[in-house]
Ligand binder design. Structure first.
Ligand code: SF4
Ligand code: ZN
Length: 343
């Protein structure tokens, strides 16, 4: 006998919600999913009427669902937001070029303006060229640091008040785990925040409207809505450590689906013991971007690339900052150390 929807008790259920275990019909699932995102936005006061918001769009399932739901809720509940899609082109042939085509189609489907900023125009380096120099071990360090700044620069060009990103509950739980595993207290404290305040000039506030949405539900939503998204993994994705955290989380979820939410709640309620040293935020003396060191991570990585010393920004090399700032050459011994990368 077909199972009836637990919510409307009229239509046939087509899915079991991963988050609650309820059997729902398509329409009731759409409604529940959208309402939960709306409640998240309202409860955390993520937006104010009249604000202009950049939606970080990669063409993947999370950001495609985010763009779709933001447009829908903006109209349904009259948020009064001006929405724009903001994409970063890392310069990864065979991956980002294809996913950007998806974003361009989304732009047409959702009738939203689109701005693309590229690593090549911002830094003079594509990820393809970076991987050629640094190999496949530390490439995501470069890419992650550059992307963060690229989104800010794009947002400033667009003059948006805020950026929203497609981070979902699984991503947040995974980041909590990663920061526990690394003992990164400063990040652990920040990573569960649903929105970041403006941290200074050059940094645009960010928020995560899908923070409490399970990845599995995002996939179901995209599937049943027949959204147009790109599902291939990055060709340079080696991040083994994060992979372990992800697998561990998925294993926990299969035994107890609430694990994802429980880990987020644990992260949200952690408090840092008094006296723990936290990095003091200042600004980069070269580019003015937020940094707890004389030079921001992005400038150090870039200097390393431009000097052919890719290890400069990997690990802690703060003692080299003065040398970089005063354009002093490195000694032969230092150069040797900073050149050797494991591929
Ligand atoms: Fe960049 Fe690494 Fe993500 Fe690929 S997997 S887009 S290289 S951060
Ligand atoms: Zn800088």
């Amino acid at each position: 006998m077909p199972v009836l929807c637990n919510s409307c008790a009229e239509k046939r259920a087509v899915l079991k919600r991963p988050k609650t275990g309820h059997s729902l019909c398509k329409e009731c699932f759409f409604w529940a999913f959208e309402e939960e995102v709306h409640q998240t936005i309202v409860a955390a006061k993520l937006f104010k009427p009249g604000e202009s918001v950049g939606i970080a769009a990669s063409g993947g399932k999370d950001s495609t669902v985010l763009a779709h739901v933001m447009k829908l809720l903006n109209e349904r509940y009259k948020y009064g937001l001006e929405l724009t899609l903001l994409s970063v082109d890392e310069g990864i042939t065979g991956y980002r070029d294809d996913s950007l085509e998806t974003v361009k189609r989304n732009q047409q489907q959702y009738e939203l303006p689109l701005k693309i900023v590229s690593y090549e125009e911002l830094y003079g380096w594509t990820m393809d060229a970076i991987v050629k120099q640094v190999g496949l071990k530390n490439n995501c360090t470069f890419c992650g640091v550059f992307r963060r700044q690229a989104l800010d620069r794009g947002a400033i060009m667009l003059k948006v008040d805020k950026i929203c990103t497609g981070h979902n509950a699984d991503d947040v739980a995974e980041t909590v785990l990663m920061n526990v595993l690394r003992g990164d207290i400063a990040r652990l404290r920040r990573c569960t925040a649903i929105s970041t305040a403006s941290e200074g000039d050059g940094v645009v506030p960010r928020c995560k409207p899908l923070k409490y949405a399970y990845e599995k539900e995002i996939v179901l939503y995209a599937y049943f809505k027949k959204l147009d998204y790109f599902s291939t993994e990055c060709i340079y994705s080696p991040n083994a450590y994060r992979g372990y955290a992800r697998t561990f989380l998925k294993d926990l979820e299969s035994v107890r689906p609430s694990s994802i939410m429980d880990i987020i709640h644990s992260g949200e309620n952690l408090s840092v013991k008094e006296g723990v040293r936290m990095p003091v935020q200042g600004t980069c003396s070269r580019c003015g971007y937020i940094s707890s060191q004389p030079l921001c991570k992005s400038c150090v990585l870039l200097e390393g690339l431009n000097r052919g010393l890719p290890k400069l920004g990997i690990g802690k090399h703060h003692r080299f900052h003065e040398k970089i700032l005063s354009q002093q050459p490195f000694t032969e011994k230092e150069e040797k150390k900073l050149k050797s990368v494991e591929f």
